[in-house]
Design a protein around this ligand. Structure first.
Ligand code: ZN
Length: 634
């Protein structure tokens, strides 16, 4: 797995084929080239990361050029009686999503979050990727709790797939997150019933002999996000999950009392979100966003469609409030939008007067300037509601001249082309479009640099581990941490699966690694798609395939008819009759050279055809399609 995983971390994302299918013209076509480039990239990757460190530290500490952030030596030799706390990030440190980590002390384990990762270009056809729980499965009797910070899929998405395997430990989370987990679990009727314990803001719960968790509220884009202060024998460990700092209109941070108090009580380790570590400044005030949205909606004449993630329930709630204030009804379009709003309404997180939210099939009863539609599909997802509306496939909504469509979500890197196509189609149909970059109707749910530094200062941890995001973002977060006076030798950029041992005054990344490779979910299969399957899918996508059907006389081992050649995604064979004829000729030659005094071995014939036709096509076209020989013996 090693090299392949290194390969995928090397910045391919910027040239993804962006979801519309087909091979990417930017990628090299020959797999040899591919391999060479991957190797080259792997090399330059490891080289680059080293230089990021050294450069970073040299710049920060010119007088200490040899210091490295990832200092793995003990500060003080461990005494024999001191049992270290083991900390293992299982996912979320080399990717966006798949967030999961656990802490182990003697024979007790506590897990935080169990998320999924959406697929990438390097994993074609995969629904999503979940963390590897092999280690936890072997110690399931020791697992006392799964603590869940909030209801986004990158933090809860793996739950249906892993809970049975790790012994179905109790889940501790807030009521909204519980409802979202339970709603999803309905899709998996064969799994054991989950034991979810609802926790409240400020609640402290004893999880086991050695662990106690304090839950406290934190701002994010979904209500009831909780941060965790995990009290362990070596000290307090703080995981804020995904978070941002709410700033008021004057730019003053609000709701940071908990962070101040916990910081004063002493924090041994802080695992900090790095999603927006490279964005300068402070978070946009949510009030400012609300004001902008209200102005924009107030000044719009016709029908309004707002495309956003169904998971940003805080923002959805704001839009519904504004619509009600301005006398518009709200129709919800998209399955996840409807089910999330329903859950949030049931639990009281969305409060709207009766009749404000209407069934989408009733929009014809209202004048256009009284309608606001909330739709999924802001990222150009092919099966989401906005795509159906634009393609004229939606049963109740069609775009018409004068509609206004607002995108209230930043485009996720890699989705730019899909979103561009969406906007083109909307513009052709006469809609006015507001993207989040034209007017600021989006504030991220993740703290940017200055807010991250504020959290670091307030918590004042002894050790800091940047989490959530690729190495680059985590390294920027590490640099910010140095600016807040956290000692560089106490900042650790870990990899998934590494085991750290923490005592009251030391943090050591051990040589031990627990399995942390991808577990891929493909349809109903979990973990049954291996690297070889992915490689085939990539070859098929990039080079196409050629099928050679060879009909043989079983006894004499001779061809009964001319071989049939079928190709898909390789070259247009009708216009390349010459090559086709040569392939047939080659196959005839291969068969005729075989000794005819013994029955033919079909597998042997297939191997010969695969190798020789593959080599021949490569010489002719410099491409390596997948060759599938089919031998029929009559
Ligand atoms: Zn989140």
């Amino acid at each position: 797995m090693g090299r392949w995983r290194n390969g995928r971390r090397t910045g391919f994302r910027s040239q993804r084929p962006q979801g519309l299918g087909g091979s990417n013209p930017l990628l090299p076509t020959s797999s040899i080239d591919n391999k060479l480039k991957n190797v080259a990239k792997t090399l330059s990757y490891s080289h680059d990361t080293k230089s990021i460190y050294t450069f970073m530290l040299r710049k920060t500490y010119p007088h200490k050029p040899r210091t490295r952030i990832q200092e793995t030596k003990f500060e003080k030799p461990k005494t024999k009686t001191e049992t270290p706390l083991r900390f293992v990030p299982l996912g979320g440190l080399e990717e966006i999503g798949r967030n999961m980590m656990f802490f182990e002390y003697q024979n007790e384990i506590v897990i935080i979050d169990a998320g999924l990762q959406f697929p990438e270009e390097e994993t074609p056809g995969i629904d999503f990727i979940i963390p590897n729980t092999t280690y936890l499965e072997s110690k399931k009797a020791n697992i006392h709790a799964l603590l869940v910070t909030h209801g986004h899929y990158d933090h809860i998405g793996a739950i249906p797939y892993i809970m049975n395997k790790i012994g179905n430990p109790p889940i501790y989370t807030t009521s909204l997150t519980k409802a979202i987990i339970e709603k999803r679990q309905e899709d998996f009727p064969n799994r054991s019933k989950l034991n979810i314990i609802t926790v409240k803001n400020g609640e402290k719960i004893k999880l086991s002999n050695n662990f106690e968790a304090e839950f406290f509220g934190i701002a994010h884009t979904i209500p009831e996000s909780v941060a965790i202060n995990l009290k362990t024998p070596v000290g307090n460990i703080v995981n804020l999950g995904d978070f941002k700092i709410e700033n008021d209109l004057n730019g003053e941070p609000t709701d940071v009392e908990d962070l101040k108090r916990i910081g004063k009580e002493g924090v041994i380790m802080f695992t900090v979100d790095s999603t927006n570590a490279d964005k300068p400044g402070h978070s946009e005030s949510e009030r400012m966003v609300e004001k902008n949205l209200e102005e924009l909606i107030g000044n719009t004449e016709g029908r309004i469609i707002i495309a956003m993630f169904a998971s940003v329930l805080t923002r959805i709630n704001e839009v519904i409030k504004i619509a009600e204030k301005l006398g518009r009804v709200v129709a919800l379009s998209g399955y996840s939008m409807k089910s999330n709003v329903e859950i949030a309404k049931r639990l009281g997180f969305i409060k709207s007067s009766p009749g404000v939210i209407i069934p989408v099939e009733e929009i014809h009863k209202y004048r256009d300037n009284k309608i606001l539609i909330l739709s999924t599909g802001a990222q150009g997802e092919s099966n989401a509601s906005l795509m159906k509306i634009i393609n004229g496939e939606h049963r109740f909504i069609k775009i018409k001249f004068g509609d206004t469509v607002m995108f209230s979500a930043s485009v996720i890197p890699g989705n730019e082309r899909s979103v561009q196509t969406l906007k083109d189609n909307l513009a052709r149909q006469g809609a006015n479009i507001y993207a989040s970059d034209i007017i600021d109707i989006h504030a991220s749910g993740h703290a940017p640099k200055e807010d991250l530094k504020l959290a670091m200062r307030l918590l004042n941890p002894k050790f800091l581990v940047p989490i959530h995001g690729y190495f680059y973002k985590r390294s920027i977060n590490a640099k910010s941490a140095v600016e807040t006076k956290i000692s560089p030798k106490n900042i650790f950029l870990m990899d998934n699966g590494q085991v750290a041992e923490i005592t009251k005054d030391s943090f050591t990344i051990t040589k031990e690694n627990v399995p942390a490779s991808y577990v891929m979910v493909d349809g109903l299969g979990v973990g049954d798609v291996e690297e070889v399957v992915l490689r085939d899918r990539k070859t098929l996508a990039q080079e196409g395939m050629v099928v050679a059907i060879i009909t043989l006389d079983q006894k004499r081992g001779r061809l009964l008819k001319s071989p049939d050649i079928i190709s898909r995604g390789f070259i247009y064979i009708k216009e390349n009759q010459e090559i086709l004829e040569e392939v047939r000729k080659k196959i005839r030659a291969i068969i005729s050279r075989l000794p005819n005094y013994q029955p033919l071995e079909a597998d042997y014939v297939k191997t010969l055809v695969r190798d020789q036709i593959g080599q021949f096509l490569y010489t002719k076209t410099k491409r390596r399609p997948m060759i599938l020989p089919v031998v029929i013996e009559i």
